[in-house]
Design a protein. Structure first.
Length: 304
């Protein structure tokens, strides 16, 4: 029996899928399947019921789960203890961030950590709030940054900072438009929004329903970069927080107006998955994110 087999077991149990477990462990599905089969043979028990829709734990698998978590956790802690003893922080941290904040957050974190911890590595994924919470819960992400505090069962979280939501439009058509836009006037504006019901879209749609206001969602796209391109070259607008668009605003491609009456704010959170005991590397990354502060020019630009 090998620790790697137990890790495969935990990954399949968490994701309910051999293919997802393979992606999580950066290996092939056949390697995961072989590892699980060898573990089942060593233990003399079938651990998963395999179906066309995935894999579910058998009663023996359910009994094994807490024992496997303890054994794998002990190995992780042993490696972390040796690194700390040598005064080093090492390992790969799976970090998930919402697209609208991934840069310059990642730039700041790398600048903070790489000179002090050169043996620390990252696997970075972008996802919606719901995706990141799911990834934190099943172990596909260990540290996440998202615009809603995740449930306590999936992660431990801390608030970072809060920014207003903005109407984003093509700079060439903004002209002398007012710096603020009352919410009721959204009914006049054609929108392109994210296909996924992310934090910004949920806030705006809930308020629209409360007021009986029909939003003009003319186009839905599941890619932030493409949404910004559409806005920059058409008469459609979108809704976002400042981190998602500040570079295009600075380049003169996009313009923004603050939504008011009411004002909506995105409060960002950093979260550490609760599935496993946090390693020194995970704590190090989370602490670096907590030290991140929005550049002062963000607030200065928004208050003009």
């Amino acid at each position: 029996m090998e620790i790697r087999q137990l890790q495969f077991f935990l990954d399949v149990a968490a994701t309910g899928s051999f293919s997802r477990a393979a992606a999580l462990g950066m290996t092939s599905q056949s390697t995961v399947s072989k590892g699980i089969s060898e573990l089942e043979r060593d233990l003399g028990a079938r651990l998963f019921e395999r179906t066309g829709r995935g894999a579910t734990l058998t009663p023996a698998g359910v009994d094994l789960l807490p024992q496997a978590e303890d054994l794998v956790g002990d190995c992780v802690r042993l490696k972390a203890w040796m690194s700390e003893r040598r005064g080093q922080v090492s390992g790969i941290v799976r970090l998930a961030v919402q697209p609208g904040l991934s840069w310059p957050l990642l730039e700041a974190v790398l600048a903070d950590l790489r000179p002090r911890h050169p043996a620390l590595g990252f696997q970075v994924s972008e996802g919606t709030t719901n995706q990141i919470e799911e990834w934190l819960g099943d172990g596909r992400a260990e540290v996440g940054v998202l615009s809603r505090a995740p449930s306590s069962g999936s992660a431990q979280s801390w608030p970072l900072f809060s920014l207003p939501l903005l109407l984003v439009e093509r700079a060439a058509t903004a002209g002398a438009a007012e710096a603020e836009l009352p919410f009721d006037r959204l009914r006049e504006i054609p929108l392109v929004l994210s296909t996924a019901r992310n934090g910004a879209r949920l806030l705006v749609e809930e308020e629209a329903r409360r007021r009986g206001l029909d939003l003009r969602v003319d186009l839905e796209i599941n890619a932030l970069g493409l949404i910004k391109q559409v806005v920059a070259h058409s008469g459609l607008c979108t809704i976002a927080a400042w981190p998602a668009v500040y570079q295009e605003v600075q380049r003169g491609e996009l313009a923004v107006r603050r939504l008011i009456e009411p004002e909506f704010r995105h409060t960002y959170h950093v979260a550490v998955g609760s599935r496993r005991q946090p390693t020194p590397a995970m704590r190090c990354v989370a602490d670096a994110i907590r030290r991140f502060e929005p550049p002062r020019d963000w607030q200065a630009t928004l208050m003009r």
